[in-house]
Design a protein around this ligand. Structure first.
Ligand SMILES: Nc1ncnc2c1ncn2[C@@H]1O[C@H](COP(=O)(O)OP(=O)(O)OP(=O)(O)O)[C@@H](O)[C@H]1O
Ligand SMILES: [Mg+2]
Length: 207
């Protein structure tokens, strides 16, 4: 549909097992999201949420199916900040990959880090951040490319309840302000309840 900024259709994905058989993870999973909308994808551990998100983001390839997308920002389950770069550089690099010159990318990174409440942590290395701060840098980095949609994989995993609540508030506030669509995969029902819509990944399909 023309309104969709991310459309994922009929995705099949299996992984080879050492015994020669295949682990069929996704068996025709489909979803789409339109501008400014938020969607939660829930499913138990091992149901294929990360696999689906990586295929939607183009960092893994489906066995079959179809993905149509515009510009996406990613928040990974393990965050993957670059350890030898400070917060500003981690965010700025994302903007530079998009082709923006270093000065403009640095300015943009500083603005977004202020926005996520890390103005004072700009020059810290990832190893010097708390879990909640790390999650905020990951959000800032996803926003740095001015995406149409953010794909977030358990963005509040491994955080205490209060910090998790703060990060959830921040994420929903930011996507609203930037009019960015949001796909969150999670098994946290307090997180999914904040989304406009929820789908459940079960037996390889979304319902
Ligand atoms: N590269 C791989 N090779 C083999 N099996 C894999 C690979 N990646 C994932 N799997 C398997 O596919 C299944 C789905 O994994 P996935 O990481 O997508 O689950 P998930 O729903 O994100 O789980 P969690 O909630 O624990 O993060 C799991 O059984 C996992 O072991
Ligand atoms: Mg996962």
């Amino acid at each position: 549909m023309s309104n969709d900024i991310l459309s994922v259709r009929d995705i099949f994905k299996s992984f080879p097992l050492p015994n020669g058989q295949k682990l069929e993870v996704l068996k025709g999973a489909s979803f789409e999201i339109s501008k400014g909308e938020s969607l939660a994808i829930m499913g138990v551990s091992g149901s294929g949420k990360t696999t689906l998100l990586h295929i939607a983001a183009g960092i893994d390839i489906a066995d079959s199916g179809f993905v149509k997308t515009g510009r996406i920002g990613l928040i990974f389950q393990a965050h993957y900040l670059l350890p030898e770069f400070d917060c500003r550089e981690n965010v700025s690099i994302a903007a530079r990959i998009q082709g923006i010159d270093k000065n403009s990318a640095d300015v943009r990174a500083e603005r977004i880090l202020q926005e996520v409440g890390l103005g004072e942590r700009m020059w810290h290395l990832p190893s010097e951040l708390s879990g909640g701060e790390t999650a905020r840098v990951a959000i800032a980095r996803a926003l740095a490319i001015e995406p149409e949609v953010i794909l977030a994989d358990e963005p509040t995993g491994n955080l205490d309840e209060k910090t998790s609540e703060n990060v959830k508030n921040l994420l929903f506030e930011l996507v609203k302000r930037h009019n960015t669509a949001l796909v969150i995969v999670t098994h946290d029902s307090t997180l999914s309840s904040r989304a406009d819509r929820t789908l459940h990944l079960e037996h390889g399909i979304l319902k």
